[in-house]
Design a protein around this ligand. Structure first.
Ligand code: COA
Length: 157
């Protein structure tokens, strides 16, 4: 049976840290879906549609990866679509508190067999966040190598 995994987030924008998790998860699971969400707590630079388009362009060479979007509870989306695994990246110990809370709450909401699996973020990207990329870029700083080329092109545009 195929193992279907989900990696979700706001991806505003997608960074090389996310890319690293996506490439590794794509090797571990038969199918990986990137679930883009509009997080009402965050002011977005790109619309949900733009982010989905950018992800599709940046991930076009990964044959077992597809891009989708959802709203509402992650667990509802996971149960509805029949995912087996939810992948999360851990950048530093500071992520752990938030992630364990979320994983434990989701465990109550998921169908029985769904697992949250954590991958350690590559240390070269452990300081990265989408907000930091937006701040540095908007103040004229160089973000070469921190976002995929496809994303940088669209940010420039
Ligand atoms: N490399 C680089 N940056 C990373 C990263 C990595 N490996 N992993 C995370 N980040 C960054 C993200 O870019 C994000 O940056 P930002 O805060 O500047 O936007 C930050 O770390 C936090 O990431 P994440 O926790 O994945 O936040 P998110 O907004 O991208 O996604 C959801 C959060 C979608 C997973 C979560 O809000 C959710 O499940 N929402 C649905 C509602 C729900 O079910 N709520 C109940 C949960 S129990």
């Amino acid at each position: 049976m195929k193992t279907k995994a989900l990696y979700s987030g706001s991806f505003d924008p997608l960074t090389m840290g996310h890319m690293n998790i996506i490439c590794r998860a794509a090797k571990l699971y038969d199918e990986l879906t990137i679930g883009v969400i509009s997080n009402p707590a965050k002011e977005a630079m790109f619309s949900l549609e733009e982010r989905e388009d950018m992800l599709k362009a940046a991930l076009k060479d990964l044959k077992n990866v597809k891009v989708d979007h959802f709203s509402g509870l992650l667990a509802d989306y996971v149960n509805r679509k029949g995912f087996d695994v939810v992948v999360r990246g851990l950048r530093a110990t500071t992520d752990f508190e938030y992630e364990i809370q979320m994983a434990q709450m989701n465990a109550r909401l998921f169908n029985e067999s769904v697992e949250t699996v954590f991958l350690m973020t590559d240390p070269q990207y452990s300081f990265l966040s989408s907000s930091m990329i937006k701040e540095v870029y908007s103040l004229g700083g160089c973000i070469d190598g921190l976002v995929p080329d496809e994303i940088l092109k669209r940010m420039v545009r």
